[in-house]
Design a binder for this molecule. Structure first.
Ligand code: HEC
Length: 116
């Protein structure tokens, strides 16, 4: 009788845990806006990943930008300025303000998929 009770409890726990994992357990907090999607396309078209990493993947000439939006000492305003006018080594793409904002929306989305 004890075995049956133990197995029943394990089965119930298994079912509960499975349903949690398959419903909310793997949900990503951030949803992608149209602006962020356009930013992603720009990111790919302009080959930003040749110098920058996202999630650790990409080139190593520039810094990783996965958490550039929330990092202390960096942040959205700094990132925007760097995209609009370039840096010492970061090329100036002469981006329009709209394009810079789309790239920024994409970087914010990426940043939002990090630790909750
Ligand atoms: C030729 C290599 C190269 C390419 C291509 C490049 N970057 Fe950069 N980027 C850099 C470097 C290097 C820095 C660090 C600042 C500096 O030294 O100018 C930087 C800095 C930045 C920063 C500020 C973050 C920080 O920590 O300094 C942002 C945001 C950024 N780049 C976005 C972009 C975007 C968006 C693109 C594509 C449109 C891009 N970069 C393409 C090299 C590059």
């Amino acid at each position: 009788m004890k075995k049956v009770a133990t197995i029943s409890i394990l089965l119930v726990l298994y079912a509960a845990y499975s349903s949690w994992i398959y419903t909310s357990g793997t949900a990503i907090a951030a949803t992608m806006t149209t602006e962020a999607m356009r930013g992603k396309q720009l990111w790919q078209r302009l080959n930003c990943q040749t110098c920058h990493q996202l999630y650790g993947l990409g080139g190593y000439m520039g810094p990783d930008l996965t958490t550039v939006i929330t990092d202390k000492g960096r942040g959205a305003a700094y990132a925007r300025g760097m995209m609009l006018s370039g840096g010492r080594q970061m090329p100036n793409y002469h981006l329009s303000v709209q394009d810079a904002d789309m790239l920024l929306a994409y970087l914010s989305y990426v940043n939002g998929t990090q630790s909750r």
